[in-house]
Design a protein around this ligand. Sequence first.
Ligand SMILES: [Zn+2]
Length: 231
Amino acid sequence: MGIKNLTDRIYYLPHEAEVDRPMLAYLKGSRFSLAIDAGYSAKHIDDFYDQLEGAGLKKPDFTVITHWHYDHTFGMSRIHGASIAHEKTNLFLKEQQEKALEPSYINRLKKENLCFEREYHGETKLHIVLSDIQFRKELLLDLGGMTAKIYHTEAPHSEDTVCVYVPEEKVLFLGDATSEDFFNNGYMDKSKLRKLVHMIQATDCIYCVLSHTEPLRKEDLLSYLYGLSES
Ligand SMILES: [Zn+2]
């Protein structure tokens, strides 16, 4: 499975359902490049960078994290350049770091999740790091001819949900924002979902990108979400 183009300047390595690896995106500005999410593991990042190299793209200058869940962050120690995360993401990662001091923690995660077992087969250690750059509300990155508006938003999936909007390409990256909260017994907070739907409606985008599926057109995502928020 190789790198795909969403627009001329936005690339992505598709998600892999069988191992639950999320998609990793790459925004190619004329001055800087930005990756979205740091992957499940160092191996995931190596695979991503191999694919970038194959497509003639340099390693990213920055990597922004959409939320703290391990499939989006545990490859962060391997990235090239500087990482960017919301302050709450770093708080959650700090908790993970402390848990990982206990050598049995990796085995617990493997037992709980078959995908984790596949991703970390034969591995005995986790290397969890916090981001280099931290923000609270939003951050604007001028990549050269392309802007990444990075902002925290309310969402049912996690408290630290971060979206990335690229106005020049009319693309909105949502991470797992629209999903239920797996760490709270799969609870779907309808009021948070409605707020998220409003935010998406108000955003001038053509594509909405979720991490565990192929990119969607805005109207297709919204009609799906209307069904969820009304039910
Ligand atoms: Zn998640």
